[in-house]
Design a protein around this ligand. Structure first.
Ligand SMILES: [Zn+2]
Length: 327
């Protein structure tokens, strides 16, 4: 049943009926929306509903404690979008939830001597109560929190399937590491080579990590991008292509020749290089290896100056390393 447009009887008498008192009027409407479940998205029943399904999702908030003006701005934009499409007759699903795992909860729990689950659930309750008066058109019946087993079991399910299909694998690779926090950090958590939470020095450390074989889908992804030509901005398509990063080229084996000493111990006497620009091979005068490369380590083992340089380079994030110092 749809609510009537004039719930006059439900509006508390204010003594001045022509005065707009948001706290009174809006709570009446919110409760009507709730009772009539106007924002709950049912499974599409008709062919038209199936055809006009529309999914609106803003990034879920992190339950840090309280909502701030950034949340109000961001979720207002999403809500306008959801309402716009609903008014145009789309079958809109506009859910809300909480991105509730991670270091902030761990840190806050350590600071306060509390269990992170209690702290997180309290914050969710507070923030939900703060979002509610803003009247966003969420389907709260589908609320999720990523820290709840009812949610993350699906992440685990997908992961185990990827593992069985050989799409997830472990290998040694560099990671940002903060020794003080004894943890690895995402690139976003490294601020000017320092750890975002303790300010300690971040070094590049080779560690066993999980990887997903997204390269298997490179061709499919690129084909999909072709279909978006003219519908997406060319700039964005170009960025996506760079991100997919498929390159065609050749593997070249270079012999390592060091006449007096021979190849350093424990290192192949060949260096395998991939290049997408085979036409430039004739002009190649030098090959650069990463500081973590076994060859660099072997050379450093007998040259203290190179060892010192490698220690310095290990402190730089990948982006900073490859930057031309003259720019
Ligand atoms: Zn740290």
């Amino acid at each position: 049943m749809r609510p009537s447009l004039r719930p006059a009887a439900a509006i508390p008498a204010t003594g001045a009926r022509d005065r707009y008192v948001p706290a009174q009027l809006e709570s009446v409407w919110r409760s009507r929306w709730r009772t009539a479940r106007v924002f709950e998205a049912s499974e599409p029943q008709t062919a038209e509903q199936r055809e006009r399904k529309y999914y609106v999702l803003e990034m879920l908030p992190y339950p840090s404690g309280r909502i701030h003006m950034g949340h109000v701005r961001n979720y207002t934009i999403g809500d306008v979008f959801a309402r716009f499409h609903r008014m145009r007759g789309a079958h809109v699903l506009h859910p809300m939830g909480w991105d509730a795992f991670g270091l902030p909860a761990e840190n806050a729990a350590i600071e306060r001597g509390r269990h992170p689950a209690d702290w997180t659930r309290e914050n969710i309750a507070t923030m939900r109560a703060q979002l509610e008066p803003l009247g966003f058109s969420y389907d709260w019946s589908r609320e999720i929190a990523t820290c709840e087993p009812s949610y993350y079991r699906f992440g685990q399910l997908v992961f185990t399937r990827m593992l069985r299909s050989d799409l997830a694998y472990r290998k040694l690779a560099n990671a940002n590491y903060c020794a003080r926090c004894a943890t690895v950090l995402a690139n976003e958590e490294v601020v000017e080579n320092a750890c975002w939470r303790c300010g300690g020095e971040v070094v590049q450390q080779a560690r066993e990590q999980w990887f997903v074989r997204i390269t298997k889908y490179a061709d499919e992804l690129l084909e999909g991008l072709d279909a978006l030509s003219g519908r997406w901005p060319e700039r964005v398509i170009h960025m996506q292509k760079n991100w997919i990063g498929r390159a065609e080229g050749i593997d070249v084996r270079f012999s390592l020749v060091e006449p007096e000493k021979g190849a350093p111990d424990g290192v192949d006497d060949e260096l395998l290089v991939f290049t997408a620009r085979a036409e430039h091979l004739r002009e190649a005068t030098a090959i650069t290896v990463a500081p973590e490369h076994p060859l660099a380590r072997a050379v450093a083992a007998r040259n203290p100056e190179i060892a010192a340089f490698l220690a310095q380079a290990a402190k730089l994030a990948e982006r900073a390393r490859t930057q031309d110092p003259s720019t």
